[in-house]
Unconditional design. Sequence first.
Length: 200
Amino acid sequence: MEHPDLWEIEEGLFAQGHTVICGVDEAGAGPLAGRVYAAAVILPRGWSHPFLNDSKKVTEKRRAVLYDVICQEAEAWSIAWAEAEEIDQINILNARMLAMERAIQGLSVKPDLALIDGNRSKGITTPNQTVVKGDGKSASIAAASILAKVARDRYMIEMANVYPDYAFEKHKGYPTKLHYARLRQYGPCPIHRKTFLKKL
């Protein structure tokens, strides 16, 4: 299979005069528990890695390798999140945008354009462009998707130690049969998103 050219979007924008482009993506919109994470990444122009792709298409081991390489070699990177309580207060869409905005604001280098995965950018204060399925089309967004996914998975493994009844290390908070079974058995814990549990 031909590997997609993940620099095509950025190169087009560089040609229009942009100089510092960050990719932004989030992880954890669907789970019943835990934070929603976001990452923003500014890569050196033309940077590539054989494993780089949409985080959902990369194995867990390769994501861990990529995470370390991206953190070492990116020009700037930032990881941020919105808490479960914030998700309940402002809804998941707004919480996703809040986490992305926090990630962009956390960058040590100020981008002149943010490439946002998806089709919405409400609340993003940096000039931006949305890219539907951007984690498979843009190197910068793909890198952000890796950082967000790995950071969230690691956080959920930590939470599994705090709340061992829910087996968070197995399902990372997603709505699996096991997770629902544990919820029915033990009820929600403090990191559950109360607004996601109406079906219980």
